[in-house]
Design a protein around this ligand. Sequence first.
Ligand code: ZN
Length: 412
Amino acid sequence: MEDKKINSNFSLFGLPEKVVHCKKCLMHNQKPYSINESKHTIEKLKDNLKFDEEGVCEACRYSEKKKTIDYSGREKLLLKMLDKYRKDNGEYDCIVSGGGGKDSMSVSHMLKYKYGMHPLTITYSPLLYTDVGWRNMQNWINKGGFDNYLFTPNGKVASILAREALENLYFPLQPFKFGIKSYAMKMAMRLKIDLVMYGEDGTEYGSNNIEQADSPSYDITHYTNDNKDVYIAGRPLKYLLDKHKLEMNDFYPYMPIRSEEVEGSNLRVEHLAWYIKWDPQSAYYYASKNCGFESDVERTDGTYGKYASIDDKFESLHYYTQYIKFMIGRTRFDASQEIRNGHIDKEEAIALAKKYEGEVPKRYLKDCLDFMGLTEKEFVDITDQFRSPHLWKKDKDKWIPIQELSEISNKI
Ligand SMILES: [Zn+2]
């Protein structure tokens, strides 16, 4: 790591003090990799998106590498792997985790109708379903044609944890992330279904390091934790138990899997997108055609798109928090991915970022704040505590992003 010292007067959360922008996309080096949530504390230093000597980010390099992959060879590997798990005795032979987004729809549909598998779909409920998200959940089951288990964690506890995660980590979506990163594996072991399939790996977006992309398997360290101390919302369990008068059972959905549980099972967790040619736009078309996926009627707050991550009201708030903490908002994220997939060029991406990057997510903000029991004023105060001095400066009443590309920050 080039820069790992914490200088809390200047750069919060151990972020690199100098922002380095990718030469090809809009991403920069403040993007941290995804980590195991039960080990996530505000002090924990994370690895960030890496750049090569030509100033190009890992996500762009990975995308170039993908263009040279022999997918017919990989599909043969997929068939071979699926054959090991396939059951023709009426039982389920794999689990697809998701909530009716374009990716889970596409993965489950391809597995069942193209590759002849028998998936059970499992949903860990979003914190607050949007109307279109709930319709898509129904479309997935009714039009796509799948059996589904929907697990909804205790909303009272989830709201406490979302607020704690906002106040302590500025990461209100974290309670849901616990579920999406481990619930399918917990259910797989309980139901004795040995294969869990996800869609994409985070490397596409700079959320995982590039070594992860060399393997179709999901890294066990993302969903197991053998540490004695477990953190939720960045707080030790005992702190939350005492402060909110909760019981251990209230944390059941958030407790990590121990590695010995996995080692004693035949569990295998894979990404379908490693085996076949995949990009988000194609997944959208596939899900619309085969499972009745509906895009949103309005543009998503903070970006220009209408079809990605639209099932949870907290998603727009989540991207906004990323913008405040890391100066990476949703437009930057979406447009960078679209540059890599050849749908737009950098100039168009900059124009979009100039328009939408960092937009306050008004549409669902009040619903999210009500869920967490916060006023807008309290939210603004919490927000300002998470603006790192190397990314933001205050000019009278206005926060100005610094180290931003001048073409984007000119909007101020
Ligand atoms: Zn890049």
